[in-house]
Design a protein around this ligand. Structure first.
Ligand code: PRP
Ligand code: ADE
Length: 171
């Protein structure tokens, strides 16, 4: 299935110079959304995933149904001040500014196998910070799954030590 026709380009959002790849048409189409979730889950089906960890907000939309498909648990990695228990936190740079991510300290048992999910990889700042948080708790990352990778921003170099899978690549 060609998912590109469900991805809308919005110039200068959220700031001038950024070409925003809007996945809401893909999410809203039952065939495209179900295909996306199934394809990513199928790719990782043999990886023995204990938990899927996904990143607020758009990562949650894909991460939770992928976890369900794999019979895995779900762990939210959130923006600051949202998680109620003790957290580990990491500040980082993203394509359009700075951000902070937090993860509950007891989210993983040592050695648990974790599939990381986000909607889109741009500079890789988010993915690298999330990876560091998960590994700081002693869990093992089995791979990263994205719907979209923006190849020219070279995010794959930042998380090059992990297995990476995506359905759509833009140059
Ligand atoms: C977007 C996207 C990724 C991140 C990728 O999230 O969902 O998480 O940017 O950018 P990077 O590779 O340059 O780090 P955003 O921070 O805009 O938050 P949202 O999901 O809440 O919209
Ligand atoms: N997250 C970071 N960069 C993005 C972009 N260009 N489009 C959509 N989401 C993004």
């Amino acid at each position: 299935m060609d998912l590109r026709k469900y991805i809308r380009d919005i110039p200068d959002f959220p700031q001038k110079g950024i070409l925003f790849r809007d996945l809401t048409p893909l999410m809203g189409d039952k065939d495209a959304f179900n295909y996306t979730v199934k394809e990513i889950a199928d790719h990782f089906r043999t990886f023995h995933v204990d938990k899927v960890a996904a990143i607020e907000a758009r990562g949650f939309i894909f991460g939770a149904p992928i976890a369900k498909e794999l019979g895995a648990g779900f762990v939210p990695i959130r923006k600051p001040g949202k998680l109620p228990y003790e957290v580990v936190r990491k500040e980082f740079q993203l394509e359009y500014g700075m951000s902070i991510l937090e993860l509950h300290k007891d989210a993983f048992k040592k050695g648990e196998r974790v599939l990381m999910i986000d909607d889109l990889l741009a500079t890789g700042g988010t993915a690298l910070a999330a990876s560091e948080l998960v590994e700081s708790l002693g869990a093992e990352i089995v791979g990263w799954g994205f719907v979209v990778i923006l190849k020219n921003l070279k995010g794959e170099e930042k998380i090059g030590k992990y297995h990476i899978f995506s359905l759509v690549n833009f140059d």
